[in-house]
Design a protein around this ligand. Structure first.
Ligand SMILES: *[C@@H]1O[C@H](CO)[C@@H](O)[C@H](O)[C@H]1NC(C)=O
Ligand SMILES: *[C@@H]1O[C@H](CO)[C@@H](O)[C@H](O)[C@H]1NC(C)=O
Ligand SMILES: *[C@@H]1O[C@H](CO)[C@@H](O)[C@H](O)[C@H]1NC(C)=O
Ligand SMILES: *[C@@H]1O[C@H](CO)[C@@H](O)[C@H](O)[C@H]1NC(C)=O
Ligand SMILES: *[C@@H]1O[C@H](CO)[C@@H](O)[C@H](O)[C@H]1NC(C)=O
Length: 383
C-alpha cells in the first residue's frame, strides 16, 4: 500500500519535474527572444524596452528621478541600413512595431524626462509609398533618440504644390496640440541613415540636416543649399516670419529661406557629412509640381517681402484633421491665386477669405465646381 503510494508520488514528481523543465525552457527561449538583436537596436535597449512593455519597471520608477533626455547619442550604433529595393512594411506592421507611439503619431519616452518637444512637419501630396517607408524607418529612429515628438502630414489638395506654405500651415496647426520647442521640416522621400544625427534644434540658428544625400553622391550641392530636412527652434521660425507663401510649383522656396536667414544675421548649422546622411526614395517628378518659372524673379525680391510674406499673411482652409495611429493628417486647401472660391467664403469687410474651420470647402479646389447653386468670385492676388 505504502509502496504503491510512494511509486505514484515518484511518478507525479517526475512529471512535475518535466513540466517545470519544459516551462523553464520556454521562459529561456522567450527571454532570448527579447534579447534578439534587431537592426540598430542594442541588446540593452531592447531588453529594457521589453521589460517596460510588461510594466515591470513602471512600479520602480520615481518620475522625479528620471534622467534627462535625449542623452548622448553616441552610445547608439551609428549607421542605419535603409533598404529601398524592398517593399516598405504595410502600415499595420509598422503600427505593431511601434506600439509605444500614441494616436496622432505622438511619442514620449517613458524612461526619461524629455527636455524638448519636437514637431516633425511633412509637406505631402500623393506619396503613399514614400510615407510607408518614412514611417517604417523614422519612427524607430526618433524613438532611439529618446525624443518627445509628433509627426504631422500636411496634405495639400488641389492647386500647384506649395511646399513652403505647407510648412507654415504645419507650424500653425501644431500650436493647438503642444507648445513645441523645435520644428523639423522634412521631405517625405528622405530617410535618415545615421543614428547620431540628433533631430533637435539649435536655440538660435537654423540647422540643415540633409547635408549628404545618396542621390547627390553625399555632397552638398552648393553652400547655400537649405532644402530637404531643416530645423528651427520655435522662436527662430517666428522671428523669420516662417517661409514665404509665394512659391507655387517646384523650386526657389528654400533659397528664399536662405536669404531670410542671411538677412537676419543667423548662421546655418550643419553636421558633418559622415552623420548627416540620407537616402532619397527614387521617384518621377510629380504632376502639378512643375518648376516654377517665376522663382528667380521672386527670389530677387525675397528680402523686401520677408515681413509681409510668411506666417504674417498666411491663409488656408482646413479640410480635415485626422489622427491616425502613426501620424496626424492635416488636409488643407492653400488657396492658390486664380482659383475660384465660394461666395460664402468671401468677406466684404476684409476683402479676403473667411477661414471658417468648422465648414471647410470639402472638395478639390483645383477642379471647377459646376453646381448651379454656388456663386463664385475670383480672388485676385490672394496668397
Ligand atoms: C550673407 O551672405 C553674404 C553673401 O553671400 C555673406 O558674405 C555673408 O557672410 C552672409 N551672412 C551670414 C550671416 O551668413
Ligand atoms: C533683380 O533685381 C535687379 C534690381 O533690383 C534687376 O536689375 C535684375 O534684373 C533682377 N533680376 C531678375 C532675374 O529679375
Ligand atoms: C488624409 O486625409 C484625407 C481626407 O481628408 C485623405 O483623402 C487622405 O488620403 C489622407 N492622407 C493620408 C496620408 O492619410
Ligand atoms: C469679416 O471679417 C471681419 C474681421 O475679421 C469679421 O469681424 C466679420 O465678422 C467677418 N464677416 C463675416 C460675414 O464673416
Ligand atoms: C462658419 O460655419 C458655420 C457652420 O456652417 C456657420 O454657422 C458660421 O456662421 C460660419 N462662420 C463664419 C464666420 O463664416
Amino acid at each position: 500500500m505504502i509502496f504503491t503510494q510512494q511509486a505514484t508520488m515518484k511518478k507525479y514528481k517526475s512529471t512535475l519535474y518535466m513540466v517545470m523543465s519544459f516551462y523553464s525552457f520556454c521562459m529561456l527561449i522567450r527571454f532570448l527572444y527579447y534579447l534578439r538583436l534587431e537592426e540598430n537596436v542594442s541588446v540593452g535597449e531592447k531588453n529594457y524596452r521589453s521589460l517596460f512593455e510588461k510594466g515591470y519597471l513602471k512600479l520602480l520608477f520615481d518620475l522625479s528621478k528620471l534622467r534627462n533626455c535625449p542623452g548622448d547619442l553616441t552610445h547608439l550604433s551609428g549607421p542605419i541600413s535603409v533598404r529601398l529595393n524592398r517593399n516598405p512594411h504595410l502600415l499595420r506592421k509598422t503600427e505593431r512595431e511601434n506600439h509605444f507611439v500614441r494616436k496622432g503619431g505622438y511619442y514620449k519616452p517613458p524612461w526619461c524626462k524629455p527636455l524638448i518637444k519636437v514637431a516633425i512637419v511633412i509637406p505631402y501630396r500623393n506619396r503613399a509609398t514614400h510615407l510607408l517607408y518614412f514611417l517604417q524607418y523614422m519612427h524607430p529612429a526618433l524613438q532611439r533618440q529618446e525624443l518627445e515628438y509628433r509627426i504631422y502630414i500636411i496634405n495639400q489638395v488641389g492647386d500647384k504644390f506649395n511646399r513652403a506654405k505647407l510648412f507654415n500651415v504645419g507650424y500653425m496647426e501644431t500650436l493647438v496640440d503642444l507648445n513645441y520647442d523645435c520644428y523639423i521640416f522634412h521631405d517625405v522621400d528622405l530617410i535618415l541613415e545615421h543614428n547620431h544625427l540628433l533631430y533637435g534644434c539649435s536655440p538660435e540658428n537654423p540647422r540643415h540636416l540633409s547635408v549628404a544625400i545618396d542621390k547627390h553622391d553625399y555632397q552638398l550641392l552648393y553652400p547655400e543649399l537649405f532644402g530637404g530636412v531643416t530645423s528651427f527652434s520655435s522662436n527662430t521660425f517666428k522671428k523669420l516670419n516662417g517661409y514665404s507663401n509665394s512659391y507655387w510649383g517646384w523650386g526657389g522656396e528654400d533659397d528664399d529661406m536662405y536669404n531670410r536667414i542671411n538677412k537676419t544675421g543667423l548662421k546655418i548649422e550643419r553636421e558633418s557629412t559622415s552623420i548627416a546622411r540620407y537616402r532619397m526614395i527614387p521617384h518621377d517628378s510629380d504632376p502639378w509640381n512643375e518648376p516654377n518659372p517665376r522663382r528667380h524673379k521672386l527670389l530677387n525680391s525675397s528680402i523686401e517681402r520677408m515681413h509681409e510674406d510668411g506666417l504674417s499673411n498666411l491663409q488656408y482652409i482646413i479640410i480635415s484633421r485626422i489622427e491616425k495611429k502613426l501620424y496626424t493628417n492635416v488636409t488643407v486647401n492653400l488657396m492658390a491665386p486664380n482659383i475660384r472660391y465660394k461666395i460664402d467664403d468671401y468677406n466684404e469687410t476684409t476683402a479676403g477669405l473667411n477661414l471658417n474651420q468648422s465648414e471647410p470647402l470639402g472638395q478639390d479646389s483645383g477642379k471647377s465646381n459646376t453646381g448651379d447653386q454656388v456663386e463664385r468670385i475670383l480672388l485676385k492676388g490672394a496668397a
